[in-house]
Design a protein around this ligand. Structure first.
Ligand SMILES: C[S@@+](CC[C@H](N)C(=O)[O-])C[C@H]1O[C@@H](n2cnc3c(N)ncnc32)[C@H](O)[C@@H]1O
Length: 343
């Protein structure tokens, strides 16, 4: 008789998505003894965590043939370094809370040693660096959308507003930019058969479009962790089958054309204020690239709803598009929602 395996919890699935987006492959059990294991990662995806040298290490515990991720470790900084850890411990694993207690104990034993011990594990040179502090970069699980426009969509479709996870490195979904974008764009989706969200982040805009209009939504981002976050959020609201998410730099991995496209773009800046790819687009590279490729991804009557600075004339191609400012708002510096169509 085969025993039914308990279904993994939503948080277990989130952790699996997060690790998968970083390219982590958990080793199969094999005949190894129970104990701590460190899996080192060096992948472009890790750069989105702003990890020094694109390096991180996954602290795991092997128990009775299964391997459990406990914490992701990495350093941030150029001259002075912060030790960052992203705890992945859950209250229960496949319905088993005993393993949770064991993993907590093993994690605290590991961290009770000298920092040199846990830093030299992944890369010996880490142990020689002077640390200026620590930072907790965990998945945020106890947060809900609070923007009235999103709350209204949830209330009309799924009922109470659910908690939606926010993965490390992903822009927080409770922001005034997406609020204004949704307020202007959502009422204009009548007749739209399929929408695209560029720069999906945690996926709030993709989820709201899918819920409000019951249409399929494609959602892309340059950050694979944001793509994983979007899938996690779509799952939370039962729209996993309606939201397809994948990595793309602007339009480079998008082949279709759409009736409606949403893009809450990082702001085009001429000088780097601070390193933050969620908020700043140095030289307007992304904005130019997206506007240059727009005509071939927009259906004849289609529209792009774009959040950017009020004057985007320097980034628009000379011909082929017409652009109208639909709203100006001032969260910190002036921002605008543009509606852009074929000329
Ligand atoms: C301001 S955030 C908006 C996130 C999300 N739409 C929201 O409402 O919270 C901008 C997003 O654009 C993404 N992004 C930056 N450069 C990009 C590019 N070249 N192609 C696609 N997405 C990009 C960032 O990773 C980030 O998720």
């Amino acid at each position: 008789m085969r025993l039914e395996q308990p279904r993994p919890s939503a948080r277990e699935l989130d952790v699996a998505l997060f690790l998968d987006s970083l390219g982590v492959k958990l080793p199969l059990a094999q005949e190894r003894e129970d104990g701590i294991e460190l899996i080192t990662l060096q992948s472009p995806a890790v750069s989105f965590l702003e990890a020094k040298d694109n390096r991180a290490a996954l602290l795991c515990f092997r128990s009775s043939g299964a391997i459990y991720p406990m914490s992701l470790l990495f350093l941030r900084g150029d001259t002075e370094f912060t030790f960052c850890h992203s705890t992945l411990l859950l209250d229960s694993y496949s319905g088993n809370s005993n393993i949770a207690a064991l993993l907590r104990q093993k994690t605290s034993e590991f961290f009770s040693g000298q920092p040199g011990k846990y830093l030299s594990g992944p890369w010996p040179r880490w142990a020689t660096l002077v640390l200026k502090g620590q930072q907790d970069c965990r998945i945020v699980w106890n947060m809900k959308p609070t923007l009235p426009v999103a709350v209204e969509v949830f209330s009309k479709t799924v009922g109470p507003v659910p908690d939606l996870p926010l993965f490390p490195s992903v822009y927080s979904y409770n922001n005034p930019y997406v609020e204004n974008l949704l307020e202007v764009g959502l009422p204009n989706l009548a007749g739209c058969k399929r929408a695209l969200v560029l720069g999906t982040g945690a996926g709030l805009d993709a989820v709201c479009i899918a819920l409000a209009n019951n249409i399929p939504v494609d959602a892309t981002d340059i950050n694979p962790i944001a793509v994983a976050n979007t899938i996690a959020c779509a799952r939370r609201v039962g729209k996993e089958g309606m939201v397809s998410a994948w990595v793309s730099d602007g339009f480079d991995r998008i082949t279709q054309s759409y009736d409606t496209i949403f893009f809450e773009a990082p702001l085009a800046v001429e000088h780097q204020h601070e390193r933050d790819p969620n908020r700043f687009d140095l030289g307007g590279r992304i904005l130019k690239q997206v506007l240059a490729g727009l005509a071939s991804h927009l259906n004849p009557q289609g529209a792009l709803y774009l959040m950017s600075q009020p004057d985007i004339s320097a980034y628009l191609p000379a011909t082929g598009l017409k652009s109208e400012v639909r709203r100006i708002f001032v969260p910190k510096s002036a921002a605008a929602i543009h509606e852009i169509r074929h000329a």
